[in-house]
Design a protein around this ligand. Sequence first.
Ligand SMILES: Cc1cc2nc3c(=O)[nH]c(=O)nc-3n(C[C@H](O)[C@H](O)[C@H](O)COP(=O)(O)OP(=O)(O)OC[C@H]3O[C@@H](n4cnc5c(N)ncnc54)[C@H](O)[C@@H]3O)c2cc1C
Length: 345
Amino acid sequence: MTDDSKGPYFHLRVAQVIDETADAKSIVLDVPSELKERFAYSAGQFLTFRAEVNGHRLVRCYSLASSPVADDVHKVAVKRIDDGRMSNWMNDNVVVGSELEVMPPAGHFCLRDSDAPIVLFGGGSGITPIISIIKTALETTPRRIKLVYANRDDQSIIFKDELAALRSENLDQFEIVHRLDDLHGFVDEPRVVQEVGPMTNADFYICGPGPFMDVVEKGLGSLGVASDQIFIERFESPSDAASVAASPTPAEGDGQSVTIKLDGTETKIVVGEGETILAAARREGLEPPFACEEAYCGCCMAKVTSGEVEMKMNDGGIDQRQIDDGWVLTCQGLVKSSASVEYPD
Ligand SMILES: Cc1cc2nc3c(=O)[nH]c(=O)nc-3n(C[C@H](O)[C@H](O)[C@H](O)COP(=O)(O)OP(=O)(O)OC[C@H]3O[C@@H](n4cnc5c(N)ncnc54)[C@H](O)[C@@H]3O)c2cc1C
């Protein structure tokens, strides 16, 4: 079933739930034919989900682990985070037949056209966009591919069998190096350098825990790999306490007023010069949804119902159809004349 009435979210039915490891499940979504075009994606992109968890509406991104050319389905994999609200809710509550609120695919961590080899560093759940890129590159290119995949232990390897099958079907093209913390220790810079070997001309894709990605970046830096060969996806989540907007309260008479409708309640606030709607809302103690704050995830989208709002930039978090329908990314939204915005119900 689909329902366009809630703005950027579509209702998609869960077709399958797969236990991948003790703390990660894949969720396969049924995308009906009328939404196929809207949900077309590039390898490495993610979907944004919204759900009500313990009375709070949460918005989170999950990367597509399926390949647009090798798979018929849209599949994400969600790994439990200690005390994580959405990840545990997804693992505990989503069953075949559940309906989830999902935004169309977005993101730039995508397979780039090139003849260069591909070296991918994945850690834990960071494998999701990486396996999509691998499957797509194997299907569409003869490029040499090497995956370095770090996990706590053998039991926590997500997509272990699927990766092994890809390897055995593509022995000349695809190589996997598993790094297990309990056997080999953490990946360090010398290990990164060793795994890259002579392939310094490769395109590098990195996705995993922060410290892992830092080490890989440093290792690549020490090899002199140019930044335009390095692609990084960060799985950040807003924490309630983190990064509450530091913008000062505007002086009386400064700034523009904006009325924000969130969870059915309207609040009128003043937005300072250069301050975004999201920053002002958070400064005032409201709890609007957001994630990347860099205009690529779409989590913070709201609809402008009156007045004028200009976005500082759009890095793909919102598409032209949504802009034409009056949506803006509030993390980028500057109020040009007194405005009203509504976060989706
Ligand atoms: C573009 C993008 C793609 C993503 N793709 C995936 C994916 O394919 N699979 C997947 O499982 N997750 C993915 N994530 C992460 C996901 O969106 C959530 O951040 C994650 O599931 C935690 O949300 P939560 O509500 O469970 O935790 P919260 O309740 O938000 O957080 C609980 C606590 O855990 C900490 N925390 C939050 N996120 C992480 C993290 N990733 N690692 C360690 N600690 C954390 C927080 O600081 C907080 O203290 C992606 C994130 C982004 C931005």
